[in-house]
Design a protein around this ligand. Structure first.
Ligand SMILES: [Fe+2]
Ligand SMILES: [Fe+2]
Length: 163
């Protein structure tokens, strides 16, 4: 069953937001490559791919519901960062913004009584809990490492093991 227009539009905006997230993480990967922190760079590229998968899951959901997909334009993401801590701070803010958007989407689906989108959105609400927790832990560990390059390099190796 088709979603009401307003809800379909909000789902379309979420596709763009996930793509924007993907692009932002890719740019963060480029920052870490330039710093020779190749483990963090690789972690960011995987995160970028994960966000693209989220966009595709939203895309397929909109198509399955019989609504039309419109992919929006993307602004260039932030490219300059003072240090790794600032990168992960930005990543956390981004995840929090996505969480808020998905919560808003869920509230909108509730307003429209669109039961068909509840399970899908609930899986993303859970996904966001995990995403925020993961980024928050890394941010705290980057803060613990501070300016000690040996600690940063160790964390870099650890993040580089993500598969
Ligand atoms: Fe996402
Ligand atoms: Fe995410």
């Amino acid at each position: 069953m088709k979603m009401p227009g307003e809800l379909a539009e909000a789902f379309n905006e979420q596709i763009s937001m996930e793509l924007a997230s993907s692009t932002a993480y890719l740019q963060m990967s480029a920052y870490f490559e330039a710093q020779n922190l190749t483990g963090m760079a690789s972690w960011m590229r995987m995160q970028s791919e994960e966000e693209r998968e989220h966009a595709i899951r939203f895309f397929e959901f909109v198509v399955d519901r019989g609504n039309t997909v419109r992919v929006g334009g993307l602004d260039a993401p932030q490219a300059e960062f003072a240090n790794p801590e600032q990168v992960f701070e930005t990543a956390l803010e981004q995840e929090q913004a996505v969480t808020k958007a998905i919560h808003d989407l869920y509230r909108l689906a509730t307003d429209h009584g669109d039961l068909g989108s509840f399970p899908f959105l609930q899986s993303f609400i859970q996904e966001q809990n995990e995403e925020e927790a993961t980024v928050e832990t890394i941010l705290e560990r980057v803060r613990l490492a501070g300016n000690e390059s040996s600690a940063i390099l160790l964390l870099d190796s650890e993040l580089g093991t993500r598969t």
